[in-house]
Design a protein around this ligand. Structure first.
Ligand code: EPU
Length: 429
Protein backbone atom coordinates (compact mmCIF):
# COMPACT_ATOMS: atom_id res chain seq x y z
CA UNK A 1 0.00 0.00 0.00
CA UNK A 2 1.05 3.61 -0.56
CA UNK A 3 2.44 5.71 2.28
CA UNK A 4 2.62 9.40 2.99
CA UNK A 5 5.79 10.82 4.48
CA UNK A 6 4.99 14.12 6.20
CA UNK A 7 7.62 16.54 7.44
CA UNK A 8 5.59 18.45 10.00
CA UNK A 9 5.65 21.82 11.65
CA UNK A 10 4.78 24.02 8.67
CA UNK A 11 1.85 26.43 8.96
CA UNK A 12 -0.57 26.38 6.02
CA UNK A 13 -1.10 29.40 3.77
CA UNK A 14 -2.86 29.91 0.43
CA UNK A 15 -6.00 28.76 -1.36
CA UNK A 16 -7.56 25.36 -1.81
CA UNK A 17 -10.50 24.30 -3.99
CA UNK A 18 -13.03 21.81 -2.58
CA UNK A 19 -14.24 18.92 -4.76
CA UNK A 20 -17.77 17.54 -5.08
CA UNK A 21 -19.35 15.86 -2.06
CA UNK A 22 -18.42 12.20 -1.74
CA UNK A 23 -21.52 11.17 0.17
CA UNK A 24 -23.76 12.87 -2.41
CA UNK A 25 -21.86 11.40 -5.37
CA UNK A 26 -21.96 7.85 -4.02
CA UNK A 27 -25.79 8.05 -3.94
CA UNK A 28 -26.29 10.03 -7.15
CA UNK A 29 -24.20 7.67 -9.32
CA UNK A 30 -26.26 4.58 -8.36
CA UNK A 31 -29.45 6.69 -8.67
CA UNK A 32 -28.53 7.29 -12.33
CA UNK A 33 -29.56 3.67 -12.83
CA UNK A 34 -33.17 4.84 -12.47
CA UNK A 35 -32.82 7.16 -15.45
CA UNK A 36 -33.51 6.22 -19.05
CA UNK A 37 -31.48 8.78 -20.97
CA UNK A 38 -28.16 10.55 -20.55
CA UNK A 39 -27.36 11.90 -17.09
CA UNK A 40 -24.57 14.41 -17.22
CA UNK A 41 -23.14 14.68 -13.71
CA UNK A 42 -20.72 17.47 -12.94
CA UNK A 43 -18.47 18.09 -9.92
CA UNK A 44 -17.94 14.38 -9.22
CA UNK A 45 -15.01 14.00 -6.83
CA UNK A 46 -12.15 11.98 -8.31
CA UNK A 47 -11.82 9.35 -5.58
CA UNK A 48 -11.71 5.57 -5.63
CA UNK A 49 -15.29 5.21 -4.26
CA UNK A 50 -16.80 7.05 -7.24
CA UNK A 51 -14.50 5.16 -9.67
CA UNK A 52 -15.76 1.87 -8.27
CA UNK A 53 -19.42 2.87 -8.60
CA UNK A 54 -18.90 4.00 -12.20
CA UNK A 55 -17.20 0.66 -12.93
CA UNK A 56 -20.14 -1.21 -11.37
CA UNK A 57 -22.59 0.66 -13.61
CA UNK A 58 -20.45 0.05 -16.72
CA UNK A 59 -20.28 -3.65 -15.98
CA UNK A 60 -24.08 -3.68 -15.76
CA UNK A 61 -24.23 -2.29 -19.29
CA UNK A 62 -24.33 1.47 -18.69
CA UNK A 63 -22.47 3.68 -21.14
CA UNK A 64 -20.15 5.83 -19.05
CA UNK A 65 -18.37 8.64 -20.88
CA UNK A 66 -15.76 10.66 -19.04
CA UNK A 67 -16.01 14.27 -20.23
CA UNK A 68 -13.32 15.67 -17.95
CA UNK A 69 -11.82 15.06 -14.50
CA UNK A 70 -15.08 15.90 -12.69
CA UNK A 71 -17.80 15.36 -15.32
CA UNK A 72 -19.24 12.11 -16.62
CA UNK A 73 -22.19 11.20 -18.79
CA UNK A 74 -23.99 8.04 -17.77
CA UNK A 75 -26.54 6.40 -20.01
CA UNK A 76 -28.34 3.55 -18.26
CA UNK A 77 -31.00 3.10 -20.95
CA UNK A 78 -29.92 -0.42 -21.82
CA UNK A 79 -28.53 -1.52 -18.48
CA UNK A 80 -29.12 -5.14 -17.40
CA UNK A 81 -30.24 -6.14 -13.94
CA UNK A 82 -27.73 -8.99 -13.81
CA UNK A 83 -24.02 -8.79 -14.46
CA UNK A 84 -23.26 -6.59 -11.46
CA UNK A 85 -19.65 -7.15 -10.33
CA UNK A 86 -20.32 -8.52 -6.85
CA UNK A 87 -16.64 -8.48 -5.87
CA UNK A 88 -16.62 -4.67 -6.30
CA UNK A 89 -20.04 -4.19 -4.70
CA UNK A 90 -18.84 -6.00 -1.61
CA UNK A 91 -15.97 -3.54 -1.16
CA UNK A 92 -17.97 -0.36 -1.00
CA UNK A 93 -20.49 0.70 1.60
CA UNK A 94 -22.52 2.82 -0.80
CA UNK A 95 -23.36 -0.17 -3.00
CA UNK A 96 -26.44 -0.44 -0.75
CA UNK A 97 -27.97 2.31 -2.93
CA UNK A 98 -28.12 -0.24 -5.74
CA UNK A 99 -30.86 -2.06 -3.78
CA UNK A 100 -33.15 0.97 -4.07
CA UNK A 101 -32.04 1.84 -7.60
CA UNK A 102 -32.44 -1.70 -9.00
CA UNK A 103 -35.75 -2.23 -7.23
CA UNK A 104 -37.04 1.09 -8.56
CA UNK A 105 -35.83 0.45 -12.09
CA UNK A 106 -36.38 -3.32 -12.53
CA UNK A 107 -38.70 -4.30 -9.70
CA UNK A 108 -36.08 -6.68 -8.38
CA UNK A 109 -32.50 -6.55 -7.15
CA UNK A 110 -29.64 -8.80 -6.19
CA UNK A 111 -26.76 -7.05 -4.45
CA UNK A 112 -24.11 -8.01 -1.94
CA UNK A 113 -24.34 -6.94 1.66
CA UNK A 114 -21.99 -3.97 2.13
CA UNK A 115 -18.89 -5.66 3.58
CA UNK A 116 -16.87 -5.36 6.80
CA UNK A 117 -16.83 -2.31 8.96
CA UNK A 118 -14.35 -0.07 10.59
CA UNK A 119 -16.29 1.58 13.37
CA UNK A 120 -18.69 -0.89 14.89
CA UNK A 121 -21.78 -2.62 13.63
CA UNK A 122 -23.26 -0.97 10.54
CA UNK A 123 -26.68 -2.56 10.03
CA UNK A 124 -28.98 -1.93 7.06
CA UNK A 125 -32.21 -2.91 8.82
CA UNK A 126 -33.75 0.53 8.16
CA UNK A 127 -33.04 0.21 4.43
CA UNK A 128 -34.75 -3.19 4.47
CA UNK A 129 -37.63 -1.84 6.53
CA UNK A 130 -38.14 0.90 3.93
CA UNK A 131 -38.03 -1.41 0.91
CA UNK A 132 -40.35 -3.87 2.64
CA UNK A 133 -42.82 -1.09 3.41
CA UNK A 134 -42.77 -0.19 -0.29
CA UNK A 135 -43.95 -3.74 -0.95
CA UNK A 136 -40.70 -5.56 -1.75
CA UNK A 137 -39.96 -8.99 -0.41
CA UNK A 138 -36.41 -9.03 0.88
CA UNK A 139 -34.21 -11.95 1.75
CA UNK A 140 -30.66 -11.68 3.07
CA UNK A 141 -28.83 -14.93 2.43
CA UNK A 142 -25.20 -15.95 2.00
CA UNK A 143 -23.93 -12.37 1.95
CA UNK A 144 -26.44 -11.29 -0.72
CA UNK A 145 -29.58 -9.18 -0.57
CA UNK A 146 -32.42 -10.42 -2.79
CA UNK A 147 -35.33 -8.04 -3.31
CA UNK A 148 -38.46 -8.55 -5.36
CA UNK A 149 -41.45 -6.25 -5.82
CA UNK A 150 -44.75 -7.99 -6.56
CA UNK A 151 -45.58 -7.52 -10.27
CA UNK A 152 -42.33 -5.53 -10.51
CA UNK A 153 -43.81 -2.40 -8.96
CA UNK A 154 -43.28 -0.70 -5.61
CA UNK A 155 -46.18 1.07 -3.91
CA UNK A 156 -45.90 4.36 -2.02
CA UNK A 157 -46.51 4.28 1.73
CA UNK A 158 -45.64 5.98 5.02
CA UNK A 159 -42.29 4.97 6.56
CA UNK A 160 -41.09 6.04 9.99
CA UNK A 161 -37.35 5.44 10.41
CA UNK A 162 -36.51 4.08 13.86
CA UNK A 163 -33.09 5.69 13.59
CA UNK A 164 -32.05 8.82 11.68
CA UNK A 165 -30.13 7.19 8.83
CA UNK A 166 -28.54 8.98 5.90
CA UNK A 167 -28.28 5.80 3.83
CA UNK A 168 -31.81 4.53 4.52
CA UNK A 169 -33.33 7.97 3.81
CA UNK A 170 -31.54 8.24 0.45
CA UNK A 171 -32.17 4.61 -0.54
CA UNK A 172 -35.91 4.96 0.09
CA UNK A 173 -35.97 8.28 -1.82
CA UNK A 174 -34.35 6.58 -4.83
CA UNK A 175 -36.66 3.54 -4.84
CA UNK A 176 -39.82 5.58 -4.14
CA UNK A 177 -39.16 7.94 -7.07
CA UNK A 178 -40.70 5.37 -9.38
CA UNK A 179 -43.12 3.75 -6.94
CA UNK A 180 -46.87 3.96 -7.49
CA UNK A 181 -48.30 6.85 -5.45
CA UNK A 182 -46.91 8.87 -2.56
CA UNK A 183 -44.23 7.81 -0.07
CA UNK A 184 -43.70 9.74 3.16
CA UNK A 185 -40.40 9.26 5.02
CA UNK A 186 -40.62 10.40 8.62
CA UNK A 187 -37.66 10.92 10.96
CA UNK A 188 -35.61 11.39 7.78
CA UNK A 189 -31.97 12.49 7.83
CA UNK A 190 -31.37 16.14 6.88
CA UNK A 191 -27.74 16.22 5.67
CA UNK A 192 -26.87 18.49 2.71
CA UNK A 193 -26.35 15.38 0.56
CA UNK A 194 -30.00 14.36 1.18
CA UNK A 195 -31.09 17.65 -0.40
CA UNK A 196 -28.57 17.16 -3.19
CA UNK A 197 -29.94 13.72 -4.05
CA UNK A 198 -33.50 15.13 -4.06
CA UNK A 199 -32.39 17.93 -6.40
CA UNK A 200 -30.68 15.41 -8.68
CA UNK A 201 -33.76 13.17 -8.81
CA UNK A 202 -36.05 16.15 -9.39
CA UNK A 203 -33.88 17.43 -12.22
CA UNK A 204 -34.35 14.01 -13.86
CA UNK A 205 -38.15 14.25 -13.55
CA UNK A 206 -38.83 12.89 -10.05
CA UNK A 207 -41.08 14.65 -7.55
CA UNK A 208 -39.36 14.72 -4.15
CA UNK A 209 -40.45 17.36 -1.64
CA UNK A 210 -39.28 18.35 1.83
CA UNK A 211 -35.66 17.12 1.64
CA UNK A 212 -33.68 18.91 4.34
CA UNK A 213 -36.55 18.52 6.84
CA UNK A 214 -37.39 15.40 8.81
CA UNK A 215 -40.39 14.62 6.59
CA UNK A 216 -39.77 13.87 2.95
CA UNK A 217 -42.56 13.19 0.48
CA UNK A 218 -41.87 11.35 -2.76
CA UNK A 219 -44.59 11.33 -5.41
CA UNK A 220 -43.76 8.41 -7.71
CA UNK A 221 -43.44 9.06 -11.44
CA UNK A 222 -43.46 6.54 -14.29
CA UNK A 223 -40.17 7.45 -15.82
CA UNK A 224 -37.04 9.49 -15.10
CA UNK A 225 -35.43 11.28 -18.02
CA UNK A 226 -31.88 12.45 -18.70
CA UNK A 227 -30.52 15.83 -17.68
CA UNK A 228 -27.52 17.69 -16.27
CA UNK A 229 -26.72 17.98 -12.58
CA UNK A 230 -23.83 19.44 -10.60
CA UNK A 231 -23.00 17.92 -7.20
CA UNK A 232 -22.60 20.21 -4.16
CA UNK A 233 -19.17 20.83 -2.62
CA UNK A 234 -17.98 18.41 0.06
CA UNK A 235 -18.77 19.71 3.54
CA UNK A 236 -16.39 17.24 5.20
CA UNK A 237 -13.49 17.84 2.82
CA UNK A 238 -13.83 21.57 3.56
CA UNK A 239 -14.06 20.87 7.30
CA UNK A 240 -10.92 18.75 7.10
CA UNK A 241 -8.90 21.68 5.65
CA UNK A 242 -10.40 23.94 8.33
CA UNK A 243 -9.17 21.50 10.99
CA UNK A 244 -5.78 21.22 9.30
CA UNK A 245 -5.10 24.97 9.46
CA UNK A 246 -6.48 25.09 12.99
CA UNK A 247 -3.86 22.50 13.94
CA UNK A 248 -0.88 23.94 12.06
CA UNK A 249 -1.68 27.64 12.36
CA UNK A 250 -1.62 29.95 9.34
CA UNK A 251 -4.36 31.29 7.07
CA UNK A 252 -6.07 29.61 4.14
CA UNK A 253 -8.96 30.40 1.82
CA UNK A 254 -11.16 27.40 1.16
CA UNK A 255 -12.95 27.91 -2.15
CA UNK A 256 -16.04 26.30 -3.68
CA UNK A 257 -17.92 25.73 -0.43
CA UNK A 258 -21.45 26.43 0.82
CA UNK A 259 -20.63 28.27 4.10
CA UNK A 260 -24.05 27.41 5.57
CA UNK A 261 -23.17 23.70 5.40
CA UNK A 262 -20.07 24.45 7.48
CA UNK A 263 -21.90 26.28 10.31
CA UNK A 264 -21.72 23.34 12.71
CA UNK A 265 -17.95 23.05 12.16
CA UNK A 266 -17.24 26.80 12.07
CA UNK A 267 -19.07 27.35 15.38
CA UNK A 268 -16.87 24.80 17.17
CA UNK A 269 -13.65 26.04 15.63
CA UNK A 270 -14.51 29.63 16.64
CA UNK A 271 -15.05 28.40 20.21
CA UNK A 272 -11.55 26.91 19.95
CA UNK A 273 -10.01 30.27 19.04
CA UNK A 274 -9.96 29.92 15.25
CA UNK A 275 -11.03 32.93 13.14
CA UNK A 276 -13.41 32.21 10.29
CA UNK A 277 -14.62 34.70 7.73
CA UNK A 278 -17.49 33.68 5.47
CA UNK A 279 -17.60 34.89 1.87
CA UNK A 280 -20.35 33.94 -0.61
CA UNK A 281 -18.74 30.66 -1.75
CA UNK A 282 -15.54 30.45 0.25
CA UNK A 283 -14.30 30.72 3.82
CA UNK A 284 -11.09 32.22 5.14
CA UNK A 285 -9.75 30.31 8.14
CA UNK A 286 -7.01 31.75 10.31
CA UNK A 287 -5.34 30.54 13.49
CA UNK A 288 -2.65 32.69 15.03
CA UNK A 289 -3.17 32.35 18.80
CA UNK A 290 -3.51 29.46 21.21
CA UNK A 291 -6.14 26.73 20.77
CA UNK A 292 -8.85 26.64 23.41
CA UNK A 293 -10.37 23.42 24.77
CA UNK A 294 -13.96 22.49 23.82
CA UNK A 295 -16.54 19.77 24.28
CA UNK A 296 -18.03 18.13 21.20
CA UNK A 297 -20.90 15.73 20.68
CA UNK A 298 -21.55 14.30 17.23
CA UNK A 299 -25.14 14.38 15.99
CA UNK A 300 -27.02 13.97 12.72
CA UNK A 301 -27.13 17.23 10.67
CA UNK A 302 -27.36 20.06 11.63
CA UNK A 303 -25.39 18.80 14.62
CA UNK A 304 -21.63 18.35 14.62
CA UNK A 305 -20.84 15.68 11.98
CA UNK A 306 -19.40 12.34 13.02
CA UNK A 307 -17.29 12.46 9.86
CA UNK A 308 -15.39 15.43 11.38
CA UNK A 309 -14.94 13.88 14.83
CA UNK A 310 -11.45 12.37 14.26
CA UNK A 311 -10.08 15.54 12.61
CA UNK A 312 -11.40 17.93 15.28
CA UNK A 313 -10.29 15.62 18.12
CA UNK A 314 -6.78 15.79 16.67
CA UNK A 315 -6.91 19.59 16.88
CA UNK A 316 -8.15 19.34 20.48
CA UNK A 317 -5.06 17.25 21.31
CA UNK A 318 -3.15 20.55 21.00
CA UNK A 319 -5.63 22.76 22.89
CA UNK A 320 -4.86 23.89 26.40
CA UNK A 321 -6.94 22.05 29.03
CA UNK A 322 -9.32 19.10 28.97
CA UNK A 323 -11.79 18.48 26.15
CA UNK A 324 -14.56 15.89 26.13
CA UNK A 325 -15.69 14.36 22.85
CA UNK A 326 -18.82 12.20 22.63
CA UNK A 327 -19.43 10.09 19.54
CA UNK A 328 -23.15 9.44 19.39
CA UNK A 329 -23.56 8.16 15.82
CA UNK A 330 -21.12 5.23 15.55
CA UNK A 331 -20.21 2.66 18.21
CA UNK A 332 -16.48 2.49 17.66
CA UNK A 333 -14.99 5.50 15.94
CA UNK A 334 -11.94 6.00 18.14
CA UNK A 335 -9.50 3.47 16.65
CA UNK A 336 -7.26 6.30 15.46
CA UNK A 337 -6.67 7.43 19.06
CA UNK A 338 -4.08 4.67 19.55
CA UNK A 339 -2.24 6.11 16.51
CA UNK A 340 -2.37 9.65 17.94
CA UNK A 341 -1.04 8.33 21.25
CA UNK A 342 2.07 7.07 19.40
CA UNK A 343 2.62 10.73 18.54
CA UNK A 344 2.31 11.90 22.15
CA UNK A 345 -1.41 12.69 22.39
CA UNK A 346 -2.98 12.22 25.81
CA UNK A 347 -6.45 10.75 25.38
CA UNK A 348 -8.57 8.34 27.42
CA UNK A 349 -11.41 6.59 25.63
CA UNK A 350 -14.30 5.08 27.53
CA UNK A 351 -17.02 3.75 25.25
CA UNK A 352 -18.41 6.65 23.26
CA UNK A 353 -16.45 9.29 25.18
CA UNK A 354 -12.89 10.50 24.66
CA UNK A 355 -11.28 12.73 27.26
CA UNK A 356 -8.43 14.71 25.73
CA UNK A 357 -5.73 16.43 27.78
CA UNK A 358 -4.10 18.98 25.50
CA UNK A 359 -0.33 18.70 24.98
CA UNK A 360 1.96 21.42 23.67
CA UNK A 361 3.25 19.39 20.72
CA UNK A 362 3.00 16.04 18.91
CA UNK A 363 6.00 14.09 17.68
CA UNK A 364 6.31 12.36 14.29
CA UNK A 365 5.87 8.59 14.22
CA UNK A 366 4.76 5.75 11.93
CA UNK A 367 0.97 5.52 12.10
CA UNK A 368 -1.81 3.86 10.14
CA UNK A 369 -4.94 5.33 8.56
CA UNK A 370 -7.54 3.02 10.15
CA UNK A 371 -10.36 4.35 7.97
CA UNK A 372 -11.09 7.37 5.80
CA UNK A 373 -11.56 10.09 8.45
CA UNK A 374 -9.11 8.44 10.84
CA UNK A 375 -6.65 8.76 7.98
CA UNK A 376 -7.38 12.46 7.66
CA UNK A 377 -6.85 12.79 11.42
CA UNK A 378 -3.38 11.25 11.40
CA UNK A 379 -2.41 13.37 8.38
CA UNK A 380 -3.44 16.48 10.35
CA UNK A 381 -1.42 15.22 13.32
CA UNK A 382 1.57 14.70 11.02
CA UNK A 383 1.24 18.22 9.58
CA UNK A 384 1.66 19.84 12.97
CA UNK A 385 3.98 17.28 14.59
CA UNK A 386 7.67 17.83 15.17
CA UNK A 387 9.75 15.67 12.83
CA UNK A 388 8.65 13.08 10.30
CA UNK A 389 5.39 11.11 10.27
CA UNK A 390 4.81 8.11 8.03
CA UNK A 391 1.14 7.38 7.36
CA UNK A 392 0.47 3.85 6.17
CA UNK A 393 -2.61 2.32 4.52
CA UNK A 394 -3.47 5.54 2.74
CA UNK A 395 -5.80 3.85 0.24
CA UNK A 396 -8.47 4.44 2.89
CA UNK A 397 -7.85 8.18 2.53
CA UNK A 398 -7.94 8.04 -1.26
CA UNK A 399 -11.43 6.54 -1.16
CA UNK A 400 -12.79 9.89 -0.04
CA UNK A 401 -10.31 12.77 -0.53
CA UNK A 402 -9.42 13.97 -4.01
CA UNK A 403 -5.69 14.67 -4.21
CA UNK A 404 -5.21 15.34 -0.49
CA UNK A 405 -1.43 15.39 -0.86
CA UNK A 406 -1.41 17.79 -3.84
CA UNK A 407 -3.87 20.15 -2.17
CA UNK A 408 -2.00 20.22 1.17
CA UNK A 409 1.37 20.67 -0.55
CA UNK A 410 -0.06 23.64 -2.47
CA UNK A 411 -0.77 25.17 0.96
CA UNK A 412 2.84 24.76 2.03
CA UNK A 413 2.77 21.30 3.59
CA UNK A 414 5.65 18.92 2.91
CA UNK A 415 4.20 15.50 2.07
CA UNK A 416 5.63 12.86 -0.24
CA UNK A 417 3.51 9.96 -1.41
CA UNK A 418 5.50 6.78 -1.79
CA UNK A 419 3.55 4.71 -4.29
CA UNK A 420 3.36 0.98 -4.43
CA UNK A 421 0.97 -0.67 -6.93
CA UNK A 422 -2.24 -1.67 -5.20
CA UNK A 423 -5.71 -3.08 -5.84
CA UNK A 424 -8.82 -1.54 -4.32
CA UNK A 425 -8.65 -2.07 -0.57
CA UNK A 426 -11.36 -4.02 1.17
CA UNK A 427 -12.16 -1.15 3.51
CA UNK A 428 -15.66 0.15 3.81
CA UNK A 429 -16.50 3.79 4.35
N1 EPU B 1 -28.24 2.52 11.38
C1 EPU B 1 -29.06 1.49 11.78
N2 EPU B 1 -29.75 0.81 10.81
C2 EPU B 1 -29.66 1.13 9.50
C3 EPU B 1 -28.82 2.20 9.10
C4 EPU B 1 -28.12 2.88 10.07
O1 EPU B 1 -29.15 1.16 12.96
O2 EPU B 1 -30.32 0.48 8.68
C5 EPU B 1 -27.50 3.25 12.40
C6 EPU B 1 -25.98 3.13 12.21
O3 EPU B 1 -25.48 1.98 12.83
C7 EPU B 1 -25.49 4.42 12.82
C8 EPU B 1 -26.60 5.43 12.52
O4 EPU B 1 -27.77 4.64 12.24
O5 EPU B 1 -25.39 4.28 14.20
C9 EPU B 1 -26.35 6.35 11.34
O6 EPU B 1 -26.04 5.59 10.18
P1 EPU B 1 -26.33 6.13 8.72
O7 EPU B 1 -27.24 5.17 8.04
O8 EPU B 1 -26.73 7.55 8.79
O9 EPU B 1 -24.89 6.01 8.05
P2 EPU B 1 -24.57 5.52 6.58
O10 EPU B 1 -25.61 5.98 5.64
O11 EPU B 1 -24.19 4.09 6.56
C10 EPU B 1 -23.34 7.68 5.85
C11 EPU B 1 -21.96 8.03 5.36
C12 EPU B 1 -20.98 7.97 6.52
C13 EPU B 1 -21.45 8.87 7.66
C14 EPU B 1 -22.89 8.53 8.05
C15 EPU B 1 -23.47 9.49 9.10
C16 EPU B 1 -22.00 7.19 3.10
C17 EPU B 1 -21.53 6.19 2.12
N3 EPU B 1 -21.56 7.06 4.34
O12 EPU B 1 -23.24 6.35 6.32
O13 EPU B 1 -19.79 8.51 5.98
O14 EPU B 1 -20.63 8.68 8.79
O15 EPU B 1 -23.73 8.57 6.89
O16 EPU B 1 -23.44 10.79 8.61
O17 EPU B 1 -22.74 8.11 2.75
C18 EPU B 1 -17.51 8.93 5.86
O18 EPU B 1 -17.77 9.67 4.89
O19 EPU B 1 -16.42 8.90 6.43
C19 EPU B 1 -18.57 8.08 6.37
C20 EPU B 1 -18.35 7.04 7.14
Amino acid sequence: MDKYVIRGGKPLYGEVEISGAKNAAVAIIPAALMVEGICRIENIPQISDTDMLLTILSEMGAKVRVINISTVEIDCTSVRKDGAPYDLMRKIRASYYLIGAMLGRFGSAKTTMPGGCNFGVRPIDQHIKGMTALGAQIEVKGGFVYAEAPNGLLTGTKIYLDKVSVGATMNIMIAASKAQGKTTIENAAREPHIVDLANFLNSMGADVRGAGTDTIKVYGVEKLHGGTYSIIPDQIEAGTYMAAVAATGGEITIKNVIPKHLDCISAKLREMGVEIEELPDSVVVRRTGKLIRANIKTQPYPGFPTDMQPQISTVLCLAEGTSVVTESVWDNRYKYISELKKMGAEVQVDGKTAVIEGVSFLTGSTVAACDLRAGAAVVIAGLCARGETVVEEVSYIERGYQDLVGKLNSLGADITCISEPDEYSSAVV
